[in-house]
Design a protein around this ligand. Sequence first.
Ligand code: BGC
Ligand code: NOJ
Length: 812
Amino acid sequence: MKFGYFDDKALEYVITTPKTPLPWINYLGNKEFFSLISNTCGGYTFYKDAKLLRLTRYRYNNVPYDNNGKYFYIKDGDTIWNPGWQPVKTALDSYECRHGLGYSTWTSSKNDVEAKVLTFVPMEDNCEISKVTLTNNKKTDAKVTLFSYVEWCLWNADDDMKNFQRNLSTGEVEVTDGGSVIYHKTEYRERRNHYAIYGVNTKVDGFDTSRDDFLGAYNGPDSPDAVAAGKCTGSVASGWSPIAAHQIDVELKAGESKTFIFTLGYIENPEDDKWEAPSVVNKKPAVAMLAKYNTEAAVDEALDVLKKYWNELLSIYHVSSSNEKVDRMVNIWNQYQCMVTFNMSRSASYYESGIGRGMGFRDSCQDLLGFVHLIPDRARQRIIDIASTQFQDGSAYHQYQPLTKKGNSDIGSGFNDDPLWLIAGTSAYIRETGDLSILKEMVPFDNDMSVAKTLMDHLKCSFNFTATHKGPHGLPLIGRADWNDCLNLNCFSEHPGESFQTFGPSEGPVAESVFIAGMFVKYGEEYAQLAELLGDNAEAERARAEVKKVYEAAITAGWDGEWFVRAYDANSNKVGSKECEEGQIYIEPQGFCVLAGIGIEEGLAEKALKSVEEKLDTKYGIMILQPAYTKYHLELGEVSSYPPGYKENAGIFCHNNPWVSIAETVVGHGNRAFDIYRKTCPAYVEEFSEIHATEPYVYSQMVAGRDAKFHGQGKNSWLTGTAAWTFVNISQYILGVYPTHNGLSINPCVPEDFGDFQITRKYRGATYNISVKQNGAQKGIKSLTVNGKAVEGNVIPYEEGVKEYTVEAVLG
Ligand code: BGC
Ligand code: NOJ
């Protein structure tokens, strides 16, 4: 069952009922000012950092679900309704929400009054614009009242929901233009030089800035007293909970429309220019911002700029095949999600509160893989920011705060896969751009410039960290955990409330990870290639020798007979082995070792993939492990803390499904690779949205596994490494356009009935028009012609000055 449909032409998903199984959200903002917005207008806004600079309040874990947002109320006689249905939940005569790339719209009607709301964050300013158009479709003139409502957050979202003894006394506002513009200036009098505004481009008939006055004591946004009365109270908040609400009385002739533009903005003033008079904030930049967007033409133009921006970005990789679902994911939604994960890491979604985690080291490095082709310059900066939180021994802070860019010492370090992801991200950037200069950039350790070294030196530290942290079997030590945050082999936590992420020693001399071995083989080789590019053949040779040792360990101690072992625990017992009572096989080493090339020559790779298919596959995707842990295993940690079938305990953890799919392409199984791709692919999953529950246009982190009560149900949508890895999988391995250091390589691996397809790829300043004749083959290039000339091998030779490449690839 579906709750909407894809409108590919408009690059939108159209939601046709507000009653989706869960809130289906969108992200507004591309650079520093962001909003999360649901199909019922729930959500919130922040500048740069969802924890430290939160503009509007949201209540996670609240009932009813998703009930704070930026709301418009329409009072038409005795009927009060919202274009997004929430919070009043008056039944609407019609409702449609369209989530587009960086904007959302609602078109709803009640009693022959139609409301159209368009909300987006313009490219160049730190504000969210809402254009609200009311149309009177009645046969007679109508008088309605339009109310707006946002609730301010007192900036630090964490403190805002804890420190009431202080916060209930700090709230301050200013009101100008008869109530049209409301300034939220809490803490501006002391250490802040920023405030927020909510303004409308018309004269208003009333306003409120105190929540209790607008809503009425004991009321929620579902029943504001002011709206019921048809009149705001003109309150000026002092402490308690400041809000911004406007009241506009609208007279509409039959058939007439009127449009109002609301601007929710963030303003920063220079320290020495904070005030225009004692206690009166300097409003010049706010006034300028409001003036910029005070006409419909200006708003439409800003939306146009945003749309053009996205069209341009999406033209960098564009496929046209006979499979509309693949085309829609590759050309629109998968790339869009990659941008969002790049911007947010794992900080702010409807499942990540924005106060818990900042930017993840491993997460951001992986997000780069799916984003780097879109805006390489931002990827470059991100790599430097991430590397700046590395320690001199190569280990790294697991997270950092986007505002300060400093490592987060609450969580610290010790996740031993982290260092190698830096090589992954950097290598992807250089393969995309050819920009070797990044390797020579001086980058601090732990943000201390006095101990800066080149980025290449950082990568060397990463590489050496793994090479010098090995356990009894010659496999890399796992530390607190590797990619699987829940495999806590040195933790031994016995008491509730202890964090698996921080409790116990961060290191242990015995517990080893076969997954990190796979990473080391893959990214060790990529490191060696970078050393060669810099002319350091000795280092490349040294690296390859180290890689060889780990490769050997992986196919011996890391091999269990039919699949790769997952790890060795602190007692040197196998994890993910047929010897185990539960958790006998894990997905991660099968996918990653094979995609790294481990065991292909030895015939182990095919066996490992077969075991995955036999033991882990379900109709909704591949489970992370089997059999699920039914008991808590002290020696394994969080992985066994989840009920069977959820999250890392035998859930379908979508992030690692593409690893297996990529591995299948490496061994040439196009049918199987695509089958895996299809199972978690949102455009396919849309068909059973009532089971899947999360948004059908983006990936979720997890789908409940076979052991779970709600097998097939998605959770944690949007912020997941799944976005980047599935894009890498479909674009670089299945469709097979992979950037190498020497140019684009063309090596598709598709299902036999996929048909011919065309790809446009912009790469290093040139456009490649690639057409692939499939010939019923799954993999293998029979011939490759570039600008009319036959080419040996798979790589399109790069020719200085050539701006257009016409490429014809024939499989067979
Ligand atoms: C989750 C993991 C997550 C970790 C991050 C765990 O509870 O299961 O998926 O990576 O928390 O802190
Ligand atoms: C989600 C985390 O963001 C990611 O870093 C981790 O690899 C996975 N969970 C698996 O535990």
